[in-house]
Design a protein around this ligand. Structure first.
Ligand SMILES: NC(=O)c1ccc[n+]([C@@H]2O[C@H](COP(=O)([O-])OP(=O)(O)OC[C@H]3O[C@@H](n4cnc5c(N)ncnc54)[C@H](OP(=O)(O)O)[C@@H]3O)[C@@H](O)[C@H]2O)c1
Length: 267
């Protein structure tokens, strides 16, 4: 099995590195292509995969092709590579908002998997949701899933609507966590902690809470009740959040990302 990644940016490189580090692929079977000469020069110094600056040389050899360019580059990419593809190749899109139908029509192929990754894939802690065109077989889908899992975990979803929905939760989600972290960091600095101490206080709090959550069957609300006692400090903070409707505002934000993903798919 030969895999090609098109687009060596944040995501393309992350998936290429994930696959290169796994035992699934011999690194001679992993190819990466980018149109930027500068990127090619930098990547050529890394021995994890074969780097190409000519799409005609690599695309015809690939069984599975990851597409990791920005959504607004997809039309020009499709035009460029359409004469080089064949209908046995499987195309795995990482592009937000680009539908399976658009990829099938743009490339005149059938076997398409659409996925939604997220940034923690860079540290092997990503979560990718994915769904497929009916022409992708179970075995092919399993191969793709194994490749996606080299950057963390994955969930299979039945329809593309769930890909857009997962954009609102996991795709954009790391930014919501950073938003929360940023607010807590600013509060810590305002209280007089040094930058370094603020960072330790906030990052350990997040890491510790996530670990507690992952290592138990308890819901976040139960954990909140465990921290908060009546009339205590945590209750004061949670009451302040409830008074300001923070829970609803976070849900609205997730829906705003979901709606935008649907909108982008129509553009
Ligand atoms: N970053 C995230 O957190 C995230 C999360 C979920 C989904 N995604 C999806 O992942 C995809 C990639 O995002 P990214 O952040 O990795 O983008 P990026 O860093 O801009 O990387 C895209 C790379 O593809 C290159 N490229 C553009 N057109 C090309 C072509 N025709 N042939 C070959 N290479 C081409 C770009 O070169 P130039 O820079 O020269 O244009 C760039 O090096 C996007 O579709 C995005 O929706 C990203």
């Amino acid at each position: 099995m030969k895999v090609l990644v098109i687009g060596a940016g944040n995501m393309g490189l992350t998936y290429a590195e994930g696959m290169a580090k796994s035992s699934l692929l011999n690194h001679r079977n992993l190819m990466i292509f980018d149109k930027s000469a500068e990127v090619i020069t930098t990547l050529s110094k890394i021995d994890h995969f074969d780097v190409y600056d000519d799409i005609e040389e690599c695309l015809p050899k690939a069984d599975i092709v990851f597409i990791a360019v920005k959504p607004y580059h997809c039309d020009s990419l499709f035009e460029e590579i359409k004469p080089l593809v064949n209908d046995q190749q499987i195309f795995v899109s990482l592009m937000a908002g680009v539908t399976i139908q658009k990829i099938q029509e743009g490339l005149d192929v059938k076997k398409v998997v659409r996925s939604m990754p997220n940034l923690p894939a860079q540290v092997g802690k990503g979560v990718t949701s994915f769904t497929e065109a009916k022409e992708v077989s179970r075995v092919e889908l399993l191969m793709v899933r194994n490749l996606l899992d080299t950057t963390g975990a994955s969930i299979h979803v039945e329809t593309e609507n769930f890909i857009d929905a997962s954009t609102g939760i996991s795709g954009s989600g790391p930014a919501y966590v950073f938003y929360f972290m940023n607010s807590m960091l600013e509060a810590a600095l305002k209280m007089g902690f040094s930058k370094n101490d603020s960072k330790v206080l906030v990052s350990q709090t997040f890491e510790g809470a996530v670990k507690l959550f992952n290592e138990s069957d308890l819901s976040p609300s139960t954990w909140m009740e465990r921290v908060a006692s009546k009339g205590g400090t945590t209750r004061a903070a949670l009451d302040s959040m409830d008074d300001n409707n923070v829970e609803e505002l976070i849900k609205d934000a997730a829906y705003a990302a979901f709606d935008r993903a649907v909108e982008l798919g129509k553009e």
